[in-house]
Design a protein around this ligand. Structure first.
Ligand SMILES: C[S@@+](CC[C@H](N)C(=O)[O-])C[C@H]1O[C@@H](n2cnc3c(N)ncnc32)[C@H](O)[C@@H]1O
Length: 394
């Protein structure tokens, strides 16, 4: 009889399920339960294959229905999920696999999965990624599950990465938002992981290709291969890393000149504002820019007071938002970037396009009235073609 460690067995349905049909939408959000398509699972196994022999233990500590074990290779396979129905389904789909039903973030150590210190451990999977402090959908995002204090962060997925370091895995090959690596504040939160692991391969995929998550704006997910390395990696390593997408496009963060080199992205605390100020919404990444406003009427804790000497750069950001449909999903978590020389050459057209949509700017900036909107659009599109090169979205 198939055993699931730690829980009594419930009825197992007699079908192969690959999506988490049993969860209601809110539970899916809370558990981050969006299951991985086979084509991505195959990429993971291709990456870890060189490191596997028959004695290697391959663990998915948040296995869902066990999609990651739909691959024919000999090694010891272990699966775990906090959700008993998912565990039952994994056992049903893959009877030969050891299945555990534990909270993978609590009391993290090898023993809970019957793994000894001498075992070669590879961790695979697609852990839940959820901002546990998110205010956006706070009413449905609740994660009342206990997490070891040394791996507690604001995002479940980052806690999972830290748990892999705690399990002292030799190799980690998982899907996670690219933002964990490229946003410096996230990278810093992952210190215990990044101090011990090095990214050696990675493929970027589109979150929109997961059936359940395609509702919002797409963001980049990386299928990342990490190897244990006592030198770890610092943020400079990430800045220079050549990222590759599933469609074979590649880029490094160091390729870009970012808008924060020209203007402040965040509000300055305790400043007094007056009626003649121009106000602008806080700038985060490109995906946030797509969702948020730019120029705005009312002052609040998220508003920047525009330095009028640099108004042209705020105009740039506003136009960038307008044309952001030309930017591919994999740049969604970058901040706004710029080719400063080219922008200065075409600046009149940016200003014209922006003023036509934001008439109040007329009194703050002089602009060339002899430009047509059609011409401005053409020039701006040419600018984006040149800025983006192979990444331009047709
Ligand atoms: C994104 S799904 C991935 C499932 C599977 N790895 C796949 O890709 O098909 C995340 C899974 O993590 C599970 N989960 C969430 N929190 C967990 C925890 N603390 N411990 C173990 N599993 C957890 C959810 O129940 C869900 O099945």
């Amino acid at each position: 009889m198939a055993v699931i460690h730690n829980q009594t067995q419930k009825n197992i349905k007699d079908v192969i399920l690959k999506d988490q049909f049993h969860l209601k939408y809110n539970d899916k959000i809370n558990l981050g339960a969006f299951y991985t398509p086979q084509r991505y699972v195959n990429i993971v196994w291709q990456m870890i294959k060189p490191f596997i022999d028959e004695k290697t233990i391959v663990l998915d500590s948040s296995c869902g229905y066990g999609n990651f074990f739909d691959y024919n290779i000999s090694c010891i396979k272990k699966a775990n999920d906090i959700d008993i129905v998912a565990c039952n389904q994994t056992k049903n789909n893959f009877p030969q696999i050891e299945v555990y039903n534990k909270n993978a973030l609590f009391n993290v150590n090898r023993k809970i999965f019957d793994i000894s210190d001498n075992d070669e451990l590879i961790i695979i999977g697609n852990p839940p990624y959820n901002d546990t402090t998110s205010i956006i959908r706070n009413e449905i995002k609740r994660y009342p599950i206990e997490i070891d204090s040394d791996i507690k962060t604001r995002d479940l997925g980052m806690s999972f990465l830290l748990s892999y370091a705690k399990l002292n895995a030799e190799i980690v090959c998982v899907l996670h938002p690219l933002s964990y690596l490229i946003k410096k504040s996230n990278f810093n939160l992952l210190k215990n992981f990044t101090a011990n692991y090095k990214l050696i391969d990675g493929v970027i995929i589109d979150s929109g290709t997961f059936k359940e998550t395609s509702k919002g704006i797409s963001f980049p997910i990386i299928i990342a291969l990490y190897i244990k390395d006592i030198r770890g990696m610092d943020y400079n390593y990430i800045l220079n890393y050549k990222f590759t997408t599933i469609d074979k496009k590649s880029f490094s963060l160091n390729d870009f000149d970012f808008i924060s080199n020209y203007i402040d992205k965040y509000p300055i605390k305790n400043v007094k504002h007056n009626d003649t100020d121009i106000l602008f919404w806080t700038m985060r990444d490109i995906n946030a820019l797509k969702r948020n406003r730019t120029f705005m009427g009312e002052f609040g804790c998220n508003t920047i007071i525009v330095d009028k000497n640099k108004l042209d750069y705020y105009i740039y950001v506003d136009v960038f938002k307008q044309f952001s449909y030309l930017i591919p999903y994999y740049f969604g978590n970058l901040e706004v970037f710029i080719n400063n020389e080219l922008f200065n050459k075409y600046k009149d057209y940016f200003i014209y396009e922006c003023v036509m949509r934001n008439n109040f700017l007329e009194k703050h900036i002089s602009f060339n009235k002899n430009i047509s909107l059609q011409k401005a659009n053409e020039v701006i599109i040419d600018y984006f073609k040149s800025l983006l090169g192979q990444h331009y979205v047709y």
